[in-house]
Design a protein around this ligand. Sequence first.
Ligand code: ADP
Length: 486
Amino acid sequence: MAELKVLFVTSEVAPLIKTGGLADVSAALPAALRAIGVDVHVLVPGYNPVMAQLAQHEAVATFDDLPGFPSSRLLFGRMAHDIPLLVLDCPSLYQRDGGPYQDVSGHDWADNALRFGLLSKIAAVLGSSASPLAWHPDLVHCNDWQTGLTPAYLHFAQDAVPSIIAIHNLAFQGIFPPATVQQLNLPPSCFSIDGVEYYGSMSFLKAGLFYAGHITTVSPNYAREIQQEELGFGLQGLLTMRRDSLTGMLNGIDTEEWNPATDPHLARQYSGADMTGKAADKQALQNKLGLIPDPEVPLLGVVSRFTHQKGLDLLLEIAPRLTELPAQLAMLGSGDALLQKTARDLAHRYPGKIGAVVGFSEALSHQIEAGADMFVMPSRFEPCGLNQLYSQRYGTPPIVHATGGLLDSVVDCTPATLEDGTASGFTFDGMTAENLFITIQRAIDLYHDKIKWKTLCENCMAKNFSWQSSAEAYRAVYLKVLGRQE
Ligand code: ADP
């Protein structure tokens, strides 16, 4: 059978540019796909950090006359694991200080429709007979709203290949005024309920969900949840209609990047067979965040975007009571200004017991996964979630709200699940501060039973969260969309 060629278009890819889990997936899934023989090329915008890290590269195409768009060009280079990388170079849209989606003060870039319209458009050009490249994909794999117009452009293009769209978070939809349709050179007729229209506006994500050949999302449970009103963000009707073309596959993790036995960020490496180094990592973390270096007091870790979705407001509400149990708290994150302030204030009020670092730090995120005794992730909804996977790999049982991918990846610890070896953390139903508190208390009770706790940590570390089985599942989706048999 001919080799399968896939263009993977994404708005972020680690380590070049990262705001969240999409970047991790965009690095690890292409690598896992290439390992099973899929020829993947990744396409990403040329933001400042991407351009700065792009080592050897060559210009392979220019686009000077796309109606509605500024001139741009494609640079060809390589990312980690030697994966072919196409960087969309358009300085007027991408080379500026700030993040990929927002300026330095946290406001969305005013021209985001144009910025991600261009990304979507170029991906579609590469998937059509108009492509200037010698390499032609069989299929375009889109990710989230920033690439949502690609399936629409492909739909209206000549000799275009099929596409799939992966939902990493349905809460972000790329909604713009109706006039955007014309500005981005889409046919006016597509502004309808059977097209890109979403409650009177235009939605990039809706476009993708409507026109793509298949929809994937990042956990089986989230695939079910988004067909319901509560988590469907107004798209539950379309998603239910397309349920036969909707597949949930749990994300894997990069098991080399996240490996406590080799992790260069840690004070001491350790493994499931010998976890002694973890105590040194706890002490190093306590020292780093100014916490009392007591080996016995349970240390709770958090690494998160500070947003309503992640439920940190509930954790911050009960933080003073947690210190009395006693427990310590080590938090890293950034986002919502009020949550940042509350976290900082708590650290100030409870020195030695609560530590908070506001910002983004790859090294500290690894150190928290390793140094904490348990990891707290009370997300209101969670498409997949990666930190609970990392924490299990680091022998740091997660405490999670029973939703989305958290429910698919964490098995609640009960006498029965501890006995049969499946227990890997603590889950709670009912999104209240009290339920979170009770569950943390339940975890801490077990923590003080050293033998049972060790069993739980070893269970966590024995779980396999590699990408291999999900990569196989993605390939099966590609083949299905292409109508090919294995
Ligand atoms: P989401 O994509 O919704 O933010 P995920 O759990 O899927 O949540 O992925 C979050 C990723 O971003 C993880 O790799 C996590 O370690 C990382 N991350 C989040 N906030 C920070 C931060 N402040 N510093 C370092 N890494 C962070």
